[in-house]
Design a protein around this ligand. Sequence first.
Ligand code: FAD
Ligand code: NAI
Length: 475
Amino acid sequence: MEKNFDVIVIGAGPAGYVASIRCAQLGMKTACIDNWLDEKGQPSPGGTCLNVGCIPSKALLESSALYVQASQELEGHGITTGPVSFDVSTMMRRKRQLVKGLTSGVRSLLTGNNITLFTGNGRLLADKQVEVNRDGNITVIHAKNIILAPGSTNRALPAIPIDDDIVVDSSGALSFAEVPNRLAVIGAGVIGLEMGSVWSRLGSKVSIYEYAPSFLPFADKQISKTALATYKKQGLEFNFGAEVTKASITSGKITLHYSNGDSRHQAEFEKIIVAVGRIPNTSDLFSDAAGIRLDNQGRIEVNEQCSTNVEGIYAIGDAVRGPMLAHKGSEEGMMVAELIAGQYARVDYGTIPFVVYTDPELAWCGKTEQALIEQDIPYSTGQFSFAANGRAMASGSATGMIRIHAHRDTDRVLGVHMIGPHVSELIGQAVIAMEFGSSSEDLAMTMFAHPSLSEVLHEAALDVTKRAIHKVSRK
Ligand code: FAD
Ligand code: NAI
């Protein structure tokens, strides 16, 4: 087998497999090493995202949303169904088939691009040598350039160890065999909200315990406030400022102990999901001789162009600074491949879209209102509600709004924040606008189809200068 390459990529998640494909497209002899195996022990490239992250979570979000629609919303359209029920094992089978299809697709893309796929653990040694270890069988390969894309894993909470039965992490939460009656979620972050929503829609009584005193502090305040009120109406229960101290299991039930300031509490559940953030996979990634530096949060230290402190060695995706998002890792993968090929390339970290796939969805890019205030940047805000949009009303999903913050002097769009139906799709329009350096005036002068949800973006842009049509605005 070939042992010398132009590029070796460690990790075949959305960062690593995309980097590998782009390197191959640019004519480089590329190897990609990944250690993810499916339940049959077969290679399953695609990383966290395809195997236990973005895709399986969205599969269950979709199934559970359809159940809510069929059981609660169709009647209002005059559609009679009779009693609606669901089968968790069919939902899980559908999810597994989706994962299988997509991971097989990635495998075909890698082989179709003549990328050599090694299955096993990759470990960087000195002088750009990489050791591949598959069940103790060691192969050493070498390349002129190395891309580290090892991703991340769920952070453990020492007070509540995962037992993969009653206490689970996000992967376990994607695989419950049945709906737990009482479910606790530790962490009101993105995973907590998405997985809490799935099981709540299917009938669990869900209580979320969040250490921080506030909700989604990184989202625009108005958006997180509306989101919290809506989630509560849907039946999710929130406990902020909650420090979980212990969990004790007796006869299949678990008692969760937590404190709120000086008061101590306990509550009983059938399952607990621990979703308190993720940590980079760097523990056995390189030898000391490789000379790679980590930052103070255990991530691989890189500059804006994803170069590590060692020349010719790059790191991308969840294992480096920045948000842990699949699309951010993929963009870094493409950038690094192009830089290695001697091309100009960059990632615009200021326009990364963020999405929370609950109902309603949340989506944003650019600066929040609180960041603008903190940074003393003068701004004007335009805001428009889905409740005044014909298409949203016709679809029966008219909760939420779009907010646009534009620079008060230059009118350049600085941030766009959305809560509402299909905003995971609408946010792309805002990202394009910001990427093109758009002003709110540019968006206001653009024609949007009627009736469409995107008219809410148009009206929000008009509202920056208080001339939204379907709203009484005051200057
Ligand atoms: P990963 O996807 O983690 O891939 C890294 C790969 O490298 C893995 O296959 C790993 O096993 C392998 N590896 C690690 N070390 C080695 C080694 N030494 N040798 C060989 N192989 C190695 N992000 C979004 O943008 N949108 C979403 O909707 C979304 N939903 C999510 C839902 C859940 C439940 C979770 C857990 C995450 C979600 N994410 C989402 C985050 C997203 O999955 C990650 O940001 C993304 O997968 C990171 O990509 P990556 O390539 O850096 O790492
Ligand atoms: P997160 O960082 O989004 O949220 C973790 C939450 O747990 C935070 O609110 C934090 O304050 C809280 N927390 C931390 N320690 C705690 C403790 N001891 N007790 C109670 N609460 C505690 O992390 P999460 O939800 O685990 O997701 C991990 C990553 O995966 C995120 O960074 C996100 O980017 C990515 N992801 C993205 C999705 C998307 O784009 N739609 C979906 C799911 C995950």
